[in-house]
Ligand binder design. Sequence first.
Ligand code: NAP
Ligand code: HSE
Length: 449
Amino acid sequence: METVNLGLIGGGTVGGGVIRALRRNGALMASRLGVNLAIRRVAVRTPRKHQDLDLPEGVLTTDWRQVVEDPQVQIVVELAGGTTAARDMVLAALRLGKPVVTANKALLSAHGPELFRTAAQHGANLYYEASVAGGIPIIKVLRESLVGNRVVSLAGIVNGTCNYILTRMKLEGIEFNEVLAEAQRLGYAEAEPSLDVDGHDAAHKTGILASLAHGFWVDPKSIHTEGIRQISRLDIQFATRLGYTIKLLGVIKTFEAAPSGKKKPARKKAVDGPRIQVAVYPALIPNTHVLASVNHAFNAISVRGDIVGDTLFYGRGAGADATASSVLSDLADAALDLKHRSVERVPCFVAHSSDSRVVPMEEVVSRYYLRLEVIDQPGVFARISALLARAKIGISSIIQPEGHAGETVPVILMIHDASNAAMQKALKQIARLNVVRAEPVLIRVEPFE
Ligand code: NAP
Ligand code: HSE
């Protein structure tokens, strides 16, 4: 049987997972593929930390170039993380015409166009199933399985760390900081946890999904991104009372402009498709929606195609084994491409347009949950609702727990459809009222109608 030699850069959570998974299921894969996958070199920074990988003498190195440049290595697997050295690693391998497998969404987000261009120029391919949603094969779904569909909408829980934190905050009533350390210990969190909790990791993944779904490279700068630091136990409790669960969502939607009396100036006709909204934010989702019950480090992505209708993909979004499973899938594709000399059978990225069609968030219309800390005194509601009314923003319901005169109390307002621009403007005025005593918390509501 033909053997394909692999060179891994990184032997940490994911790299270690891949080595162990190949040890466990390598023979099974060989029997399925007719190709034997053999690990020839592994680069790490500190070999003594990796004795447990139990690799044969001479496999470990501290120099990633020895992996990439080894003439025996046919596929390079980048599992080091980061965007600087990792970019050099991937470019060096592609320039040698070697296929590359990566789990590095930050790298793709920062340098995707350059990497895809280099792959095409050198007749190599770049595989990145593990970069989005851990073990869920969502890249294959968008690029191959749903190729006959226009993607109408996609909503995903794509960050395991945030989902783990929000789940434990809800189920156990604990605060954000107490749970983050646990997510780090379990190997879900990025080396720099702000990538997770401030929404950047989810934005990297959502950008990759939006690019694949809509056929043009979505510039990460055009993705409106919010994280979960501002969500408190109190918000989770109020959301529960109202029949909602708070989740960090990646949202990709075909944009529908708000109905308005005014005639808008004609916009250049989008030749290649509709304008789209691409954003990451925490959202209240109805408890009846399936995404509300996706808990802990699990991810789920719901995709609506114009032909297929609604589809749902669920699985572990982070951790060594789940991510290794996606790397193995890419290794199988890369090995079969080498075996059959069909490198471009599935191109790494299918662009059919170079024009960005991402709508600025200000134009997007949302519903909202607004929590204010206000002094409990007569006339407070009247002042807040007057500001909202002046901005033509409607309130659909109000909750105020019983308080004591003169003390601060939380007030929850559920707000009808309003553009993000109008809502932000009204919010600034509300925050300036002398009866409002803390930074307002504004969370969008995704009704999934
Ligand atoms: P990790 O545990 O920190 O492992 C990184 C590995 O890369 C370590 O073995 C490290 O060596 C090695 N490394 C880093 N820089 C290197 C260099 N310049 N030369 C040689 N080796 C180098 O990270 P991870 O969690 O496995 O993540 C790896 C990648 O997978 C990241 O892009 C991450 O975003 C992505 N990812 C992770 C998960 C997850 O659940 N963890 C899921 C999906 C995708 P030392 O150990 O010796 O320092
Ligand atoms: N830090 C990422 C997460 C790892 O928590 O989802 C998987 O990409």
